[in-house]
Design a protein around this ligand. Structure first.
Ligand code: AMP
Ligand code: MG
Length: 495
């Protein structure tokens, strides 16, 4: 059998012309495959042999697209760090079409870094190797951690130069997403008072992501509630694994509920609620502890963009939207407590005391510069009956180990009140507390090696991160926090 090129659907190009611009990808100089995600390709029903062929590389680099592919840049707007930008759009990304995976869901294939578009606003439309590999590794690690996310199908070097502070090698990432529709896409039409556009977009999103909303009395209100549910679930998942997105602008929040736009993101090492990585986030707007309130802010922006189609009666539209937005904060409180309850080995509900127990642990961790990932993983190894003599793996992570001992006494009293076998409790904890996350110093080292044409650190990192919930004793050093020299304090926007 000969290798098969993908069969594309193009539902987005059937929307009105003002939703996107047709563009041709830039011609790469000398494209070469850096990484191909074969497991994902198979799940998407794509032919790995074809992807590895000359035609496959031509598509993944933007050199030549197969028959049936679209080639469009999507229009959107957004609030960046709280400031309104009426027109953003895909400035360095080209949508080539949708494929239907083995799970029956359609997914977009998008080339990120394949040249300028009408939305580039003076940018070059290109990406360099660093952010492309960062997104490849971190988004795939997120997927293996079980977090809803866009995926990485391939990374290709273009053979061309990208000018930033220095001259850097160009690269293209093939991003896979349930869709690339963002809060900012709705804002784009709402700001233009384009009610027909809003309706067409909302209809498209309902058909694609929330078909159950069709049956609701008010499908657009049901859409908003579904997106709220998806985002509360997503961002509380981030909180539970110490993921900091870094640029939660409204154009970086999807309607599908997938994590998107891995720019200056990073996982926390030491726990501190005010942790920020993005070098451009001087006010800490997107700090770890601000992620839930910022998600609520973004959802309120979505709600106001939807107002013109929620109800012909403006007051009723506002009242309905407001009620849903008011529900976001209590939904977050419940979702986050639930995630952390599981992280500390509880499977029954005693809401009041549990949130205090969790908050007490976190404040002790912050005061003692405790590694977030390693502490929860270590907790899952501790016996039901124990004390300082058994607890070294956890207590030794504290500057003052007695701060842990005090908390551990309350924790064990609480464990004693749930009738659960110790072995069950431990394995349930191991299933939610990862041993391995893409630590920033490892990601930076992987990029530095790739710049020297050494892709082995990337492959090894990807391999460890493909089994994040499994102890891998021979890879234990991948769980180590950074040394003082390795410590990365800032990450930069993926431009
Ligand atoms: P981001 O910060 O990645 O969410 O991007 C914000 C906006 O800037 C989007 O409209 C991007 O398409 C655009 N953008 C980012 N980098 C570039 C680039 N190198 N060339 C053109 N547009 C860009
Ligand atoms: Mg973006």
């Amino acid at each position: 059998m000969t290798a098969q090129s993908p069969t594309f659907h193009n539902s987005y190009t059937q929307l009105p012309d003002r939703f996107f611009a047709h563009v041709a990808p830039a011609r790469p100089h000398a494209p070469a495959l850096l990484a191909l995600n074969e497991e994902l390709a198979e799940a998407l029903g794509l032919d790995v042999e074809w992807l590895r062929s000359k035609e496959g590389l031509a598509m993944l680099s933007g050199e030549r697209l197969p028959n049936g592919a679209a080639s469009i840049a999507m229009a959107y707007a957004g609030h960046q760090f709280g400031g309104w930008v009426p027109q953003l759009g895909d400035g360095r990304a080209i949508l080539v079409g949708e494929v239907t995976g083995r799970d029956g869901f359609r997914r977009d294939l998008q080339l990120k870094g394949a040249g300028p578009t009408p939305f580039s606003r003076g940018g070059d439309g290109l990406a360099w190797l660093g952010p492309v590999l960062r997104e490849y590794v971190v988004s795939e690690a997120m997927a293996k951690l079980g977090v809803a996310t866009t995926r990485a199908l391939a990374a290709v070097s273009t053979g061309g130069d990208v000018i930033r502070e220095t001259v850097l090698p160009g690269a293209v990432l093939t991003r896979v997403a349930r869709s690339h529709i963002r809060v900012g896409t709705f804002q784009y039409f709402s700001a233009r008072r384009d009610v027909e556009g809003l309706k067409a977009l909302a209809y498209h999103v309902i058909e694609r992501h929330y078909p159950q909303a069709r049956q609701a009395e008010n499908p657009y209100l049901a859409l908003l509630e579904n997106v709220i549910d998806a985002q509360v679930d997503l961002v509380s998942h981030w909180q539970s694994i110490g993921f900091i997105h870094g640029v939660m602008n409204t154009d970086n929040m999807t309607l599908s509920g997938e994590t998107i736009d891995y720019g200056p993101c990073a996982f926390m090492d030491d726990y501190h609620p005010e942790t920020v990585f993005s070098s451009i986030d001087r006010g800490g707007r997107y700090a770890y502890s601000n992620q839930p309130p910022v998600a609520q802010w973004n959802l309120a922006i979505l709600a106001s963009a939807l107002l013109p189609i929620l109800n012909d009666d403006k007051d009723l539209a506002v009242a309905d939207a407001q009620a849903l937005i008011d529900s976001v904060s209590p939904r977050f409180d419940a979702a986050i407590v639930e995630r952390f309850r599981r992280k500390i080995g509880l499977d029954d509900e005693r809401a009041e005391d549990d949130s205090a127990l969790i908050a007490d642990l976190l404040s002790r961790m912050a005061a003692n510069m405790v590694d977030f990932t390693n502490l929860f993983r270590a907790l899952g190894k501790l016996p039901d009956e124990g004390g300082p003599h058994t607890d070294a793996p956890a207590r030794d992570l504290f500057v003052d180990p007695t701060a842990f001992d005090q908390w551990a006494e309350s924790w064990r009293r609480r464990l004693g009140r749930q009738g659960r076998a110790e072995a069950d409790r431990k394995s349930a904890m191991d299933a939610v507390n990862p041993a391995f996350i893409p630590r920033n110093h490892r990601v930076e080292a992987m990029i530095a090696a790739a710049l020297n044409n050494d892709l082995e650190p990337m492959q090894e990192l990807m391999d460890v991160l493909s089994r994040p919930y499994r102890d891998q004793p021979d890879k234990a050093n991948y769980a180590d926090p950074p040394t003082e020299q390795e410590h990365v304090t800032a990450t930069f926007c993926g431009t």
